[in-house]
Design a protein around this ligand. Sequence first.
Ligand SMILES: *Cc1c(COP(=O)(O)O)cnc(C)c1O
Length: 416
Amino acid sequence: MNSRDEALALDRADPLGALRDQFALASSTIYLDGNSLGVPPATAAQRAQTVIAAEWTQGLIRSWNSAGWFALPRHLGNKLAPLIGAAENEVVVTDTISINLFKLLSAGLRLQNERDPKRRVIVSERSNFPTDLYIAQGLIEQLDRGYELRLVDDPAELPDAIGDDTALAMITHVNYRTGYMHDMAALTQLIHRKGALALWDLAHSAGAVPVDLNGVDADYAVGCTYKYLNGGPGSPAFVWVPQRHQNAFTQPLSGWWGHRAPFEMNPQYRPDDGVGRFLCGTQPMVSMALVECGLDVFLQTDMQAIRRKSLALTDLFIELVETRCSEFPLQLVTPRTHAQRGSHASFEHPHGYEVMQALIARGVIGDYREPRVLRFGFTPLYTRYVDVWDAVETLRDVLASEAWRAPEFATRGAVT
Ligand SMILES: *Cc1c(COP(=O)(O)O)cnc(C)c1O
């Protein structure tokens, strides 16, 4: 592509173009960080107002029933299910990915211990998002029964690392730093061939790429609602367990929301039959209610259309960075092969942190991940082709002018 006009022409022909109006996004901002925190759906502010003024202020305690609060984790789970190839009553929206991973890892290890107690290894990748690894480490220490976390440095090592000692493989579908995407069908098949369970983290997949959990016969999954699903800062995560595993599923966070009859106030825990047993305690209703606003936008399109535009946006971004910023030390770390790419594109630069701060100061918001990685997320519901063009021109200007060398861009906040 050689001109901004060509980008504008692509926007005019974009079948998803009109959906951008359903988001509250300032026109002066080029937002390329929807993979970290989605943009508010335009309906979210009104929904928050309704939850606070009508459901909480007027309804008070009655709203647990009358406003559907108590049913919301299941209701939203069912609404989210089609986006990830899940069936009715297999998903609940609740807690955080970290907490849900603890539940799934506990249940998976226990299930495998009953089938084949010599399987004591959890396999994952060293490049996985750290909380996934931390939770596995914490659980292993807590169990104190000789479990081990085995980490590989390259996806190509997975076939050898997963063996007859492996209870479970915990794999993040799209890598948060590089955007590398696993072949979920092939890897699930391999994991099963080795007798292990396949646990997928969909943090950078749900709402970003097509996922078919039942189609690939996966065992467990978790994911985020505040990234591509636009649920709001800290909105609850989701957990998926297929029907076939639900009643053999036991986990130690046996809180009252997972009880089959929580209001019997029975001193004995008895898990719900089915999806309810993945819940633990009372959920943040103000935040959870807003998750629906994001899901309602997805229901107006489909993941195939989103995927087509996502690949076109990341292709264009990579092409423009490589042609228009070729004299600068930028190194693509995201796979060029479509089948191995999620919905973000990352480049290394020796001064990645400072360059990103300078971009943000000019209204192009991406983010930075250690070490040296500039990360740009492309969210087809509201990212335009012209945003890609303008972002690369801004990047070129920041690099050519060396604006990133200004001292204020070297100061780090608590969140990068
Ligand atoms: C964003 C992300 C998380 C976040 O976990 P929380 O417990 O919800 O904060 C976990 N895993 C991966 C792979 C992520 O990308």
